[in-house]
Design a protein. Sequence first.
Length: 247
Amino acid sequence: MESRTVLAIYGKDRETFLQGLVTNDVTKALPENDGICYAALLSPQGKFIADFFLIGREDHVLLDVASDVAPALAQRLSMYKLRADVRIEETSLVVSRGCGTAPETALTDPRHPDLGWRDYAHDDHSDDTDFEALRVRLAVPEMGAELSGESYILEMGFERLNGVDFRKGCYVGQEVTARMHHKTELKKGLRRVRLHGSAESGSAITAGEKTVGTLHSIHGNEALAYLRFDRVSDNMTAGNARVEIAD
């Protein structure tokens, strides 16, 4: 299971600070203690920087993010503080996950009910759920696999995963994201595919002489692929595998 880091955001301006930066509406999810939402931070050009969970606490907000990007994210958030009463600190909390019986303090993963629960404590009490298999089956992108600095979150399924709110006010990258939502039909995006044969992550998916997309996370005979929808066909291949759309 990927390593996670939990940051704590303190200060009386913490909610308005986050509201002006992230893709989801924290004023809806976090006023009650232990509310949780999934969100992302984007560049001004609307491209992906990091995704994370925000958890409301009585006097602070927890931010649950992949450990690899936690220091850079904390630094970037600090750049936006200006004169806001906000303080960001790393905590020693551990993220536990599971799909079995949930601890009393656990929160339901807001992306999809089948993703089970998340809990924040000082010990790991995750169960043995195969989250990589679940992630591929539910087409949930992961940073470093499907999500990169070139990604647009709508192409990666953030609307379906409850990671973006189109009714909230402005946030960094909002203009590009809103334009993609309201004015265009997505021409590319993440899809679950089925493999008949062997292929490796990173393989190009082709149909005849045309490149259709790229294969990403693979689990068994299923995988996630980033595709050009206008080139999807019945004769797609990657590596030594025939590729077909699974949904």
